[in-house]
Design a protein around this ligand. Structure first.
Ligand code: ZN
Length: 666
């Protein structure tokens, strides 16, 4: 489709260009020259348009969010909860003066209301994440009320933007503060999220109102950062702007955004702090806290703040997809291996509230050392867990390696979902793996129940934009077919790169039941490949095409390349046996314990406050039972529930890692 569009567009442009120049074509030589000119334009235009599809150094790209309609089961329920409860709850919180993120700041900056800035320095960024979530929701539902609401706030944001493109209300509304005065002002985080939300809005609505604001922002950032001013070398803290600039590059084709993204990646780690500065509490810049001690291309470890880290690696993965620079991919692969040893069975990222990096820098909200994974004090900020999934999704698009899809799915069913209450309106900030009733310890971010408003409101819109936009992660398109990453009841209707339409219907009650049926409802005549993810834990998975068995291997994508017909049925049976997972011997906090996992879902033992934890025998019988919309595991006098569902009935105690009953215990 894109190629066809490109050819048509370039032919039109080519003809217009020639008629504008009133070029006569008396000879064959001129005609050949004209054809060559059109051919060049075709390549150029196609290059621009292809930027919105599969990136040149990625194996695949996610489908458009509106290509997937959730129809039944787990993600259909969560999507509906997001539409009905989560997005309105976030809107109410953003308008509630007790909250850390505040929509009113835009009205004040626009001159529509009187007052001073309220909330955190990064309040703007969290408001943009809510707009991004609404854009995805609108793309799928076409709910005109969402469209109206987005138009309303975009109009105000446009008025709040400074004439030169700058926008960060925390600075604009405080005459005492100057632009680029302090890294803690989060200006790049704010403007990065604006750009991402604007690209989502443009794709969802086709309107350029928000996109034009974003282009002004990015052009302004280019004038400030492209000269690489040494005094701003540590100004980039939470780098949402890197992936944002790459998104804007894909939408507009303007290479200066690609160049600027590269500058931000290269700037980090180029001016390391002294070891003394690294040991100074609260110091930001040049240390492991912000992945700023070692240049990314030379990094070997996952260190520092877990949100800034995962966002940086997302940005670097996006940059690799466009440039193919091997040093970036090699570094990301090394960091990923390190991160595997520093993240939780729930996909939680950022073990430490406060501690030291392996290189001796003071870090907070950060990755710890290998297997330094405490349970009760696990920080696992919601934003970081989801950032980890975002990074793994990008690595999957680059490589096609199923190990990245496994991590992404682990986050989605566990640490990325535990922040959200069953009613869809309340949230966790920290996501520890054990709870002992000490509310607000060791910091206020650890709470035993979810809240509606919070002094730091970054996490709720992070959850909302993930659930609202999840269709993009369910399937990808590559040059020869479709990849299925997530199993859930849905209908897919998308286009292959050659422009032909593929439509599939997926029926399943996964993750509670492992049977997945995929019906082909529309297909081109030519053969194409349907690739199905076989999770690494799914030993003994069975696959059939129209009833005929096909061999599969866990931890890979099963490739079914054939001439498809409407009515073809693919049936996958994923075994969901309960697994008792042993901790790594170096995980001190888990010694003598096991975790219970079924499919991608991690279980926990929740109980009234003060009650001891249950002990499991190594051959414990746990019977799956469907109740209250989920599968619980019933043992002898106890019940385990999915980790994501804990703390929905008031304060409690909870453990993910459960002690093993030892035969020699007296
Ligand atoms: Zn957060």
């Amino acid at each position: 489709m894109k190629i066809v569009t490109a050819v048509v567009l370039s032919t039109v442009i080519g003809c217009l260009a020639f008629s504008a120049q009133k070029v006569a074509l008396p000879t064959d030589g001129d005609r050949i020259a004209k054809l060559f000119f059109v051919f060049l334009l075709t390549i150029l235009v196609h290059g621009q348009i292809a930027g919105a599809g599969i990136s040149p150094y990625a194996k695949m790209c996610g489908v458009d969010v509106q290509d997937v309609t959730w129809t039944e089961g787990f993600w259909a329920e969560k999507f509906e909860l997001c539409r009905r409860a989560t997005l309105p709850s976030i809107e109410s919180a953003l308008l509630d003066e007790r909250n850390g993120a505040q929509l009113i700041n835009f009205k004040i900056a626009a001159g529509l209301e009187q007052g001073s800035h309220r909330g955190t320095h990064w309040s703007d960024g969290d408001c943009y994440k809510w707009l991004e979530a609404m854009a995805y929701m609108f793309a799928v539902t076409r709910d005109s009320e969402l469209d109206r609401k987005m138009d309303y706030w975009i109009g105000i944001i446009a008025k709040a933007q400074a004439p030169d493109g700058y926008i960060s209300t925390t600075i604009q509304l405080d005459p005492q503060k100057k632009r680029w005065q302090h890294v803690g002002h989060h200006a790049l985080y704010n403007m990065g999220h604006l750009i991402t939300a604007a690209c989502a809005h443009y794709r969802a609505t086709g309107k350029d109102s928000f996109l034009n604001i974003a282009i002004k922002v990015a052009d302004y950032l280019y004038t400030v950062f492209a000269p690489r001013p040494p005094e701003l070398v540590h100004m980039d803290f939470n780098p949402s702007q890197i992936m944002a600039l790459l998104d804007l590059y894909r939408v507009t084709g303007n290479r200066k955004y690609l160049e600027l993204a590269d500058i931000f990646i290269t700037m980090r780690g180029s001016a390391p702090a002294t070891p003394e500065e690294g040991r100074k509490k609260g110091h930001i810049g040049g240390t492991d806290q912000t992945q700023d001690r070692v240049p990314l291309r030379k990094e070997t470890q996952a260190v520092g703040h877990a949100v800034t880290g995962t966002y940086l690696w997302c940005g670097a993965a996006d940059l690799y997809m466009e440039t193919g620079e091997r040093a970036l991919l090699k570094a990301l692969e090394r960091i990923w291996e390190s991160a595997r040893r520093r993240t939780y069975i729930t996909g939680g990222a950022g073990a430490l509230h406060e501690g030291l990096s392996p290189r001796g820098d003071i870090v907070h909200e950060a990755f710890g050392d290998d297997y330094q994974l405490p349970n009760r004090t696990a920080y696992n900020e919601t934003c970081a867990n989801i950032g980890y999934a975002m990074w793994n999704w990008r690595m999957l698009q680059i490589t096609g390696d199923a190990k990245y899809a496994d991590v992404m799915e682990t986050v989605l069913y566990n640490s990325g979902l535990s922040p959200l209450s069953a009613d869809g309106r309340h949230f966790f900030y920290a996501n520890p793996l054990a709870w002992d009733g000490r509310d607000g310890w060791p910091t206020k971010h650890y709470t035993g129940t979810r809240w509606f408003v919070h002094s730091c409101y970054c996490c709720p819109p992070q959850v909302a934009r993930t659930i609202a936009g999840l269709g993009r992660w369910a399937y990808s398109v590559s040059t020869d077919g479709i990849w299925v990453h997530l199993y859930a009841g849905n209908k897919l209707c998308t286009k292959l790169p050659n422009g032909s339409t593929v439509a599939l219907t997926q029926k399943t009650d996964y993750p509670w039941d492992g049977n997945v049926k995929i019906f082909v409802t529309e297909t081109p005549q030519e053969p194409w490949a349907l690739r199905l993810r076989i999770p690494s834990w799914a030993k003994g998975a069975k696959l059939k095409v129209n009833g005929i068995p096909v061999a599969v291997k866990s931890g890979t994508y099963a490739t079914l390349k054939r001439k498809w017909s409407a009515g073809d049925v693919v049936e996958l049976d994923i075994p969901l046996a309960v697994r008792l997972v042993k901790p790594h011997p170096k995980m001190d906090d888990c010694r003598g314990r096991v975790a219970v996992v079924r499919g991608p879902v991690v279980y926990c033992y929740e109980r009234p406050q003060g009650q001891p934890c249950v002990s499991l025998s190594p051959n414990v019988r746990l019977t799956p039972r469907y109740e209250n919309g989920m599968v619980v595991l019933v043992g002898n006098n106890f019940t385990l529930i999915p980790y994501f569902a804990w703390a929905n009935h008031g304060p409690s105690f909870m453990d993910v890692w459960l002690p093993l009953a030892r035969r020699d215990r007296r």
